[in-house]
Design a protein around this ligand. Structure first.
Ligand code: ADP
Length: 251
């Protein structure tokens, strides 16, 4: 049996009175590559925040690697790339390398110095994202795409077993986006990193992910793309054209 990396059981969530997630249950296995898709406001970011333990469910349970997210002391095995790149304050006095190093420091008691093995993994992440040559530049002086690569490097620096990415490709130019998707493919296939990729680009997600989770406050569909394409219910729900768009691999 495959190990469950994320288990969500009967999860509901309300902001004040408004329920934005309703009775959600699903599990993600080690090695899965999930495309999490849904319209704006369908609860994708909220679900991710609950999985990461940043928000407390109103009802239900969430566990990561078999532990309740609120019992986990740290999220060392998890890399998270948030949706909002936040446009960095141009005067924010941190270099690219310092931003990437934060991915290591945040898991350890602060303050601390970086040791030699920290330096090695930081260098590796910088090279992987092709930003080693600009490591000493201030983050605020970089383009949006370069800033995003720095944040991806920060998410990867711990060599996470689970990588959660919220709309990561929107600020990237087409070439960087392709490289980024290749990198995710390599992490998933080569290093067996489990990936949850939140995207509204549902026309291309079938090219990258192995499973589709379509959310609209509740789960509309969860499973493989082949099952999605063959599903009569999904044809009725989306209409034939949209179903085709989602399941079409565009290869
Ligand atoms: P998505 O990521 O799919 O766009 P979100 O999880 O961001 O959806 O939002 C789901 C719903 O919750 C939306 O209606 C949104 O307006 C609402 N919402 C999100 N964040 C908050 C918040 N902090 N307070 C109140 N409502 C929120």
């Amino acid at each position: 049996m495959q190990a469950e990396v994320i288990t969500v059981r009967n999860l509901s969530f309300k902001y004040n009175a408004a329920e934005v997630l309703s009775d959600i249950s699903f599990s993600v296995n080690a090695g899965d590559y999930i495309g999490l898709v849904g319209p704006n406001g369908s609860g994708k970011s909220t679900l991710i925040k609950i999985i990461l333990g940043l928000l407390n469910p109103s009802k239900g349970e969430v566990s990561l690697f078999g532990f309740n997210t609120f019992e986990m002391k740290d999220l060392v095995k998890v890399g998270y790339l948030p949706q909002k790149m936040g446009s960095f304050n141009p005067y924010f006095p941190s270099s690219v390398k310092e931003i990437v190093a934060l991915g290591l420091i945040s898991k350890k008691v602060f303050p601390r110095r970086l040791n030699k093995s920290d330096e090695t993994v930081i260098d590796r992440a910088l090279k992987l994202m092709n930003i080693h040559d600009i490591k000493d530049k201030l983050i605020g002086d970089l383009s949006g795409g370069q800033q995003q690569r720095a944040l991806i490097a920060r998410a990867l620096v711990n060599e996470p077993e689970l990588l959660i990415l919220d709309e990561p490709a929107t600020a990237l130019d087409p070439e960087t986006r392709e490289n980024f998707y290749s990198l995710l493919h390599e992490l998933n296939h080569g290093k067996k990193v489990t990936i949850v990729l939140v995207t509204h680009d549902f026309g291309t997600i079938g090219k990258y992910a192995s499973k589709l989770l379509y959310l609209d406050k509740k789960i509309i569909f969860y499973g493989g793309f082949d099952d999605f394409c063959l599903s009569h219910d999904m044809r009725q729900f989306f209409g034939e054209a949209s179903q085709h768009l989602i399941c079409h691999r565009h290869d």
